[in-house]
Write a protein that binds this ligand. Structure first.
Ligand code: IPE
Ligand code: IPE
Ligand code: MG
Length: 260
């Protein structure tokens, strides 16, 4: 596999590690428990090649498959992929329906490999609003992988960070109304526990592809102290070696959480 672009040609005496070398190197240090990824740039990837946007989404699905494998090889516990946001419904109808079809097919096709690799799939987002056949297909895979104990793969689908917070406030308000919780006792743990990501540690590292410097309504509560890594690489061009580079960069950082 060619891993060195011309701009990365090693200088005399230095060499760029290969994908395998980088993976081995990264694994000598603690890896983040939870990596979240905003998979962006499929449309631009296709447009630059004179292809319809859906061709970019098709390539994007292949990238997602490779990154799930790479996350397993790295030994991550949790990987969250932003696949479809509540705002993405505003795209042209044909793009939305092709995306839905692609995601549904991909999830179902991946079931044997998810089982083989011991990956557990969970979906975060509002189930309401997702076409019923697609929801059923996804639920089947979630159910089939329920007892897998390896990587937890969280797919953010029909996901919006603000919707997630609204749903959490509703859950907490119901508990207060039922007399199960006092308003003054509401803690961070109560809020975290009412989110779609309940029982999942906050992401340590958030990756965004395609160079946009924004969070686009993703995991608003959970990323309070998450390290950010943004690359201009478009999602279909993102390879496992890029994930390893992001993790290597993360391993060199000092997280202070507001302390010294
Ligand atoms: C990310 O790629 C995939 C989804 C949002 C579903 P985009 O479709 O946003 O691609 P760009 O950002 O337009 O290039
Ligand atoms: C974020 O990408 C959503 C997903 C990757 C699913 P968008 O392409 O929708 O985000 P904006 O519109 O550039 O903020
Ligand atoms: Mg985009």
């Amino acid at each position: 596999m060619a891993l060195r672009s011309p701009s990365e040609t090693p200088r005399a005496g230095l060499s760029t590690p290969t994908e395998t070398e980088l993976l081995a190197l990264v694994r000598t240090q603690p890896v983040p428990q939870h990596v979240a990824i905003i998979m962006d740039g499929n449309g631009r990837w296709a447009t630059r090649r004179g292809l319809p946007r859906v061709a970019g989404h098709r390539e994007g699905v292949k990238t997602a498959r490779a990154i799930v494998r790479a996350a397993g090889d790295l030994g991550l516990r949790y990987l969250t992929l932003y696949a479809f946001s509540t705002e993405n419904w505003s795209r042209p109808e044909d793009e939305v329906s092709m995306l839905m079809k692609l995601l549904e097919e991909a999830i179902y096709r991946e079931l044997p490999e998810l089982m083989e690799r011991n990956v557990r799939l969970r979906v975060i987002g509002r189930a309401n609003g997702v076409p019923v056949p697609i929801r059923r297909g996804i639920d089947r895979v979630v159910e089939a992988t329920r007892h897998n104990t390896g990587l937890h793969l969280l797919m953010a689908f029909n996901y919006g960070g603000r919707d997630e917070l609204i749903d959490a406030f509703r859950t907490l308000a119901r508990r207060v109304a039922a007399g199960d919780l006092k308003p003054d006792d509401i803690s961070e743990a109560d809020v975290s526990g009412a989110l779609y990501t309940a029982e999942t540690p906050d992401p340590d590292l958030l990756i965004r592809t395609s160079g946009e410097m924004r969070v686009s309504n993703f995991l608003l509560w959970q990323i309070a102290y998450t390290e950010l890594w943004i690359t201009s690489t478009l999602w279909p061009d993102f390879h496992p070696v890029d994930l390893y580079r992001a993790v290597a960069d993360f391993q060199g950082r000092t997280r202070r959480f507001g302390g010294v």
